[in-house]
Design a protein. Sequence first.
Length: 460
Amino acid sequence: MEETMKKDIDVQKVAENARFSGFHGIILFWCVVILVLDGYDLAVVGAALPSIMKEMGVDATKAGFMASSALFGMMLGAIYLGTLADKIGRKLSICICVGLFSVFTAAAGLTSDPVSFSAMRFLAGLGIGGVLPVVTAQMGEFAPGKVRARLVTIVFAGYSIGGILVALTGKQLIGAYGWPAVFLVAGLPVLFIPFILWTMPESMAFLAKKNRQEALRRVVQKIAPELRIADDDRLVVPQEAMASNAPVKALFADGRALSTVMLWTAFFTGLFMVYSLSSWLTKLMAMSGYSLGSALNFVLVFNIGAACGAIGGGWLGDKFNIKHVLVAFYATGAVSLTLMGYTKATELLFVLVFVVGASTLGTQLLAYAYAGEFYPGSIRSTGVGFASGIGRLGAIVAPVLIGMLVAMKLPLEQNFLAIGIAGVIGTLAVTLVDHRRSASVRTKQGSSLSSLDVRSSTHH
């Protein structure tokens, strides 16, 4: 018999030092699939808008409003459903969100007037926005420390794959069956819900908070099969990872106030760039004299760039200081957007659109990974949820504001310049985040192999 001393096993450190296994693979698989669906549901309106405008007889202003009704839902979903996850558990929250966005995106395909269409899109938006922070927190909690940023960004790349799917299938589906087809297809993922419930593990912080030791033990054994757990060992989650009752105030506690506001600013400008482009790139390219077909090719290249940017950024973020990588990405975005207005050669434009995709949408996804690392586990869902919720305001403002600029018929350069300014502000905001306050920096100080089995204090 080994020592009879009761041990406290810190499950977060177990996860941090685990090796990537099939168990992680299942979580990664579901998170990617969910975000592919999520990205599809979000991008689908952009592809269908021209036909919807024709069929419902709405003008550009109204169409812009119809498109942003989902973004409104996303803002509320990110804030409320993100916080809900800390109360009812992530597994259930994820399923609720998948249900919401599948059912109501499909329902939007059955509507025939702008108001009911907008209402369905708003409800779908709740799920689209709500699932993002929850899935990030889920992948972030279970991912081994060495590959965490990489895994989280692979999950987000799913988002741009959804956009790519729309660009590839949209033309055929709409051509053959009319615009409702692309929406109705989106209802199928409801069938995934039982499988998600069956295979997705519950959040460890949630299980520990509800004191469900048995369930927690099963999860930990899957993460680290080689770990010996004696019957009287207690599995614990460090206090700061336990969901607390004052999550929003906590975002400003421990000297995080300035950094939280700067993260919000970075999200606002980042999402502003992403949505200016996702709603107006086709139109701006058409204004430069490209046909619809080639304009959709730009959208395709933009999303491929975004996927590469997210995965490349995640890899760089694991290698170097993730904050410095973010600053570089935002700055690249500002420069490449400005250049877009002045480039006349098509080949060069494709290269630029790729870089813009990598540095705007790619940056946004990296910002999520950074926010997930910045906040301690207990307020992680809330922290990422609020940042993306506030960021959504940038998303809602963008299509409208750029729409006004387009209506003013300014020289093309100035439209791209306006989006580029957001990149400059974002660069400054990230620079001002105090990286020393980041939870990941603090965990690194307190996690060495010796502290795996016996609990060491991480408060310095």
